[in-house]
Ligand binder design. Structure first.
Ligand code: ADP
Length: 472
């Protein structure tokens, strides 16, 4: 009995350390808006990089013609082609091809990697030429989604800051990413222009805006997390005299690196960070995204198992980092069977903990709930932080707020959403929405719409190639 009480104590401590009252979430909202401001004020002014994208116009439906996209951001890359009819006719056709990147190319030379990509792209283009009745007279244009940290030098060029996600091609760092691709296409005899170079959030915003012109921001919560939004150029203080026709520019926040003392942090977060290859980096991401949630839960179960024998002898599996994946955690969380058979199965198969009593299985579900609830509510606070920065959170009164249009009516504010945590983890999404309503209040929350926008990283890049085409 005493031992059970100790385990319940571990849960209570966890709940307390993960506390996300509306009051605390509002502090996170304010901190996010303040950090955004600081990141826009000067280079290195905040943990938020607030990177300029040079994307000053978003697709609006008037685009016409055939455009390509290349999406490189992980173990797969995708090539795609879309046909646009203009006049909001929506996307007429879209062909996609996905290919894994051979492991050895991820650590070889930039020439090898880009030759492989360019030749795949060439084959894709040639297959089309055989099918279509006439070949295009215009030069083909491409949107390139490259989801690694890039310092943009223009809308179509940028320098690789560093590799992530298992890539390590040393000669590439510091080089212009588009130039590498452009040279490889030339070597392979493919005549195509890189019209835009963007990251996946910007592609998501572009597709969101194409579908709904009230879309002002995009948030991805998948393996990692990031967000971008449309900012007024005069608010981008670190780039004085920045002029765009629209008066706006998309800013890539790199919000995974956000940090604030108001974030509810546990000893498990501190340990996870310390054990990671990038300590003190990506602090927000480590509390929110798919790469980490399962591992936080694993650490809590390990502590419980060490505190008492309710899980039997301490399984050596529990000490293995990342052995409990976020999809498995989500499956346990979603288990509605009276005996929690899915929880029992995952404990046994993933963690090699067999035969735990029902009340212990219930405890595990509760741990998943606490960890996911905190993640989702913090993500909601981050979103409201963006809305606050652009005056769409309903605060600031009628005079200074931008929540109302010139006619005094409340405006719709749409945020394009993607990533498996939001699209496939039901409880995550529900907690996020609930927190959004709590922070904004029912009245304002009615006008804030989160819209699932899938495949923006590919389709959105092709749409941006169209809106930044040299033909138009
Ligand atoms: P990306 O790697 O491009 O971010 P996703 O948006 O699909 O791709 O995110 C993948 C991440 O989402 C993985 O880290 C995985 O742990 C998590 N994930 C995938 N499916 C689910 C699910 N059904 N429930 C919870 N998490 C999931």
């Amino acid at each position: 009995r005493r031992k059970w009480r100790r385990v319940v104590g571990v849960l209570r401590d966890l709940e307390e350390a993960c506390e996300t009252s509306v009051g605390r979430l509002r502090q996170v909202v304010d901190a996010m808006a303040v950090e955004m401001h600081a990141g826009l004020a000067s280079e290195g002014g905040s943990k938020l990089k607030m990177l300029l994208t040079f994307v000053d116009k978003l697709p609006n439906g008037s685009e016409r013609g055939k455009y390509y996209a290349l999406d490189l951001g992980g173990t797969n890359f995708r090539v795609l082609r879309i046909q646009l009819g203009g006049k909001r006719s929506s996307i007429l056709s879209c062909d996609v091809e996905r290919q894994p990147i051979p492991q050895d190319l991820m650590t070889s030379t930039s020439e090898d990697l880009f030759d492989f990509i360019a030749s795949s792209l060439k084959q894709f283009v040639e297959r089309e030429a055989q099918n279509s009745e006439f070949s295009s007279v215009k030069r083909r244009e491409l949107g390139f989604t490259f989801s690694f940290p890039v310092k943009q030098t223009s809308v179509s060029s940028g320098i690789l800051i560093k590799w992530t996600k298992g890539f390590s091609i040393k000669d590439m760092v510091g080089k212009d990413v588009s130039e590498c691709l452009q040279h490889a296409m030339t070597r392979n005899g493919l005549d195509m222009r890189v019209a835009v170079l963007v990251n996946d959030t910007v592609g998501t915003l572009a597709l969101g805006h194409y579908n709904d012109p009230d879309t002002v921001a995009a948030v991805i919560i998948g393996t990692g997390t990031n967000a971008c939004y449309l900012e007024r150029t005069d608010a981008i203080i670190k780039c004085q005299g920045l002029l765009t026709t629209s008066g706006g520019m998309v800013v890539n926040m790199e919000w995974g690196n956000f940090w604030s003392s108001h974030l509810p942090r546990t000893s498990y977060d501190i340990d996870l960070d310390g054990d990671s290859p990038n300590p003190n980096d990506q602090g927000f991401e480590k509390m929110i995204s798919g790469m980490y949630l399962g591992d936080i839960v694993r650490r809590v179960i390990l502590r419980m198992s060490q505190e008492s024998d309710i899980f039997g002898p301490v399984s050596s599996r529990l000490s293995m980092p990342f052995i409990l994946s976020t999809p498995s955690m989500a499956d346990m969380h979603a288990d509605e069977s009276p005996e929690l058979i899915e929880v029992a199965r995952i404990l046994k198969e993933d963690l090699q903990i067999p035969d735990v009593p029902l009340k212990v299985r219930k405890l595990v579900v509760k741990v998943c709930d606490v960890v996911t609830r905190r993640a989702a509510r913090l993500a909601a606070a981050g979103i409201v932080g963006i809305l606050k920065k652009i005056g769409r959170d309903g605060s600031g009164g009628i005079a200074s707020g931008r929540s109302r249009g010139s006619d005094g009516k409340m405006r719709r504010t749409v945020v394009a959403m993607d990533g498996s945590l939001y699209t496939r983890y039901t409880m995550f999404k529900e907690y996020l929405h609930e927190a959004l309503c709590e922070i904004l209040g029912e009245e304002i929350a009615q006008y804030v719409i989160l819209k699932v926008t899938e495949d923006g990283s590919g389709i959105g890049a092709a749409l941006l190639a169209a809106s930044h085409s040299s033909h138009s």
